[in-house]
Structure formats: C-alpha cells, structure tokens
Write a protein that binds this ligand. Structure first.
Ligand SMILES: [Fe+2]
Length: 277
C-alpha cells in the first residue's frame, strides 16, 4: 500500500527524524536549495578530508575513479552539476530528498536511474556517527560508484525487481541484498588486494578500516542466495561481509526470476546468522 507524503512526514516527525517533508513532491523529492552555511561547508570538508585518507587506501578503484570524475570534495556538491556529469557517464542522475523515503518511491527512483540524496548535512557534533542517513552518507558513500557502468546497471535492475520479490514474500530478503552489496559490499578481484565499495563503509571512519583490514572481520564469498538469507544489524559493525570477485559477478548473479524463486523458497525458513555462515 502506498503511503502519502503527509502520512509519511507525520511518521518521521513522530520518530524524531529531522527531514522537512513539507515541500515534498508526490515522488518525495524536493529542491536541493543550495544555501548551506559556511559552518556546513566546513563540516563537509572535514568529513571529506578525513575519509579520503582512508578511501584512497581501502576503496575499490572504481569508487576512486568516480570521485575523480565527479569532483565532490571541495565543497558541498550542487546536485544539478553532479547530475549533468553522471548522466554523461552512466545515464544516472541524483535527486534531492528530505531524508529517508518509503520503499516504493525509492525503488521507482532506482528503476529510473535516479538516486535519492538527502539535502542536509550532519552537525559538527556528529562527525563520527549519525542515526539517520545524511548527505555525507548518501553522496560520498553512494554516488561515486554510480559512475561504474556495471554497478549502475545492477542498481537499476534492483529497483525494477524489488517489488516483485516483496510480493513473493521476500521483503527482508531484497533488503539484505542491498545491505550486503550497495551498503557493505567488498571486492577482491583476482590477484588484487581486498577493497571496499559499499556506501555504509565508504562513509564510516571506523568500520571501513575494520571491514578491510581487521583479522576479526568475517569475509564470506558472495553468493546471492546466501546473501538474501543472512540477517544483519544496523547499529553495529557487520558480523559478515560478502566479497565479490567482480561487478560482473554481481550483475550475472542477478536474475529477476531467480530472486523471486529464492524468496518463495526461503520465505518461511529461519534466516542465517551472519556470525556462523
Ligand atoms: Fe545508504
């Protein structure tokens, strides 16, 4: 069932989320309204300077190539400018949203190669952790990798397929696929060191190092059925990270019919524990 902007705005306010949904269009987008204070620009530069020291060492090269192509570190990005560049590279664009949006419009944006990015930034007191996704997570974490053609195609396929998987009883399963790839995905190409590309890692000062460098991080070869069956927790370091051999492997594993079959087969079975897979 689709939720109206007004009802969703009320739910977010009740949960103490800070987005302003009063100017939302029916697809939950808003104007970016580029009127950030100098203090916000400083927070952006501090976050980018600090995190780039890690990503240069630990991020997959396609993410770093995306950062270079989009040039998003000097100041808070202008979404229209970035969309122009992204459209030329992979046909994606970014749209401003006030914060989290409901699943249905989120999937619809992905299916149409639009990535929703929160239009406000965390405060200086929240450099290390913020409860809800802000612009730094959405933008610094997710957007550079959308310049990678194969991953960009995967994200669109994901958006197109998610509702079908949910209809087959796989609401949690389709969310896990996003979680363990777009948010916490790792990559080890043949003969190359382990690297990260997921946005939850890219925007985390502490978990990026843990996921890639710690001997305590639990690395599991990517298998789409296992991914969809494995639970996760949102406010702790992941107890498993799935490792892809390539972006092609992710696209090749993605068969919409298969995802629906996986959902039907496992929807009533107990989920897998990430600590023991
Ligand atoms: Fe995210």
């Amino acid at each position: 069932m689709e939720i109206s902007v007004q009802d969703y705005a009320r739910e977010c306010a009740e949960q103490g989320l800070r987005g302003d949904y009063s100017r939302c269009r029916s697809d939950f987008t808003v104007e970016q309204s580029y009127d950030y204070s100098e203090a916000a620009q400083q927070v952006w530069r501090r976050l980018c300077d600090r995190q780039t020291k890690l990503t240069e060492r630990l991020a997959h090269r396609s993410y770093l190539d995306g950062v270079a192509a989009l040039g998003l570190l000097e100041r808070i990005p202008d979404f229209d400018e970035v969309s122009d560049a992204l459209r030329r590279l992979t046909g994606w664009e970014i749209v401003a949203v006030p914060g989290l949006i409901p699943a249905a419009p989120f999937f619809d944006h992905l299916a149409n190669r639009r990535f929703p990015v929160t239009n406000w930034l965390r405060s200086p007191e929240e450099l290390d952790y913020i409860v809800e996704p802000d612009m730094f997570h959405d933008f610094f974490g997710h957007v550079p990798i959308l310049t990678q053609p194969v991953f960009a195609d995967f994200m669109q396929m994901y958006g197109r397929t998610a509702e079908k998987v949910i209809a087959a009883g796989g609401a949690e399963m389709i969310t896990r696929l996003y979680w363990y790839t777009a948010e916490y995905g790792l990559m080890r190409e043949p003969g190359q060191p382990l690297k990260a590309f997921g946005a939850g890692l890219m925007s985390s000062f502490t978990e990026l190092r843990f996921a890639v460098e710690s001997p305590d991080a639990h690395h599991v070869p990517f298998d789409i059925e296992t991914v969809m069956r494995t639970t996760y927790e949102i406010d702790k370091f992941q107890r498993a990270y799935f490792v892809l051999p390539s972006f092609d492997a992710l696209r090749d594993a993605f068969d919409a019919g298969d995802l629906v079959r996986i959902a039907r087969r496992w929807k009533d079975a107990p989920a897998l524990d990430p600590a023991t897979i």
